[in-house]
Design a binder for this molecule. Structure first.
Ligand code: MGP
Ligand code: SAH
Length: 230
């Protein structure tokens, strides 16, 4: 496990080894147009890379998810460029933010500093699957890769399409830490499989499904699992 230090120049981290994409490539244009939905403080120094653009949780959704975790210790297991981490840091007692990609962690630190919340986060470069046995927290937030922006080309998104491991195995690992699990998933996810995750647990978990819209458009769904309401 590698804990990252939070230091940066006044106008954000300027480390040339990080491949940034602040809206210039055609692949991210569609997301760049939505930049203020993703980060309302985008113009204050937010930094992104390509995967960050198509994966970051829009701010309005991240705020709502974080509100459910107010006062808790949250582990953001796939923290990306920090869309969720920042909102957790505002209202949670502490946040552990893990990403396997060191570039993402650098970007997340920069972005958390833009929002003035980096001091409430322990940033970790590492593989959540390997780190899991050593982690402790009240709530686990899982927003893993969905296989890229083409996730919606199938009618029904199945648990085995999640990365880096299938959703059933990921959920089992998560449950070894806490029953309070939040999953951020594609809008075309198979809801029966989510029910199955809850039933397969012993004792069965409660499951609440939230549809996440921005500007009236369905973006994704959030599944809240717990013994009681998280
Ligand atoms: P989208 O469907 O690619 O964008 O992603 P949009 O603007 O709804 O495009 P449309 O043409 O389909 O209408 C919608 C949201 O899903 C993004 O803003 C991200 O928050 C989230 N998201 C997308 N992907 C590919 C991922 C992913 O791989 N992992 C995670 N955690 N979130 C993702
Ligand atoms: N919620 C984030 C987006 C997460 S995208 C946000 O709002 O910004 C999914 C992230 O999972 C990517 O950044 C990717 O680098 C990371 N990832 C993939 N495999 C991982 C693993 N085994 N452990 C930790 N992070 C991983």
């Amino acid at each position: 496990m590698q804990l990252k230090k939070r230091s940066r120049s006044k106008k954000g981290i300027r480390n040339s080894s990080i491949e940034r994409d602040n809206g210039t490539s055609p692949k991210v244009k569609k997301y760049w147009i939505q930049r203020y939905d993703l980060f309302s403080r985008y113009d204050e120094g937010i930094e992104m890379d390509e995967e960050g653009w198509y994966s970051v949780t829009p701010e309005e959704i991240a705020i709502k998810q974080a509100e459910r975790c107010r006062g808790k210790v949250v582990i953001d297991c796939f923290s990306g460029v920090g869309g969720n981490t920042i909102q957790f840091a505002k209202v949670c007692s502490s946040v552990i933010a893990i990403d396997i990609d060191p570039k993402k962690v650098e970007l997340a630190i920069n972005n958390a500093m833009v929002y003035g919340v980096a001091d409430n986060v322990d940033f970790v470069v590492g593989d959540f699957i390997k780190l899991a046995p050593s982690l402790k927290g009240d709530v686990l937030f899982l927003s893993p890769p969905w296989g890229g922006p083409m996730y919606n080309k199938v009618e029904s998104f199945k648990m085995d399409m999640l990365q880096p491991i299938d959703g059933y195995s990921l959920f089992q690992i998560a449950q070894s830490i806490t029953p309070n699990i939040i999953m951020f998933l594609p809008r075309n996810v198979d809801l029966d499989q989510l029910e199955e995750l809850a039933w397969l647990s012993s004792p069965p978990l409660t499951l609440e499904i939230e549809e996440n819209c921005v500007g009236g458009r369905l973006k994704a769904i959030t599944a809240y699992f717990s013994y009681n309401a998280v």
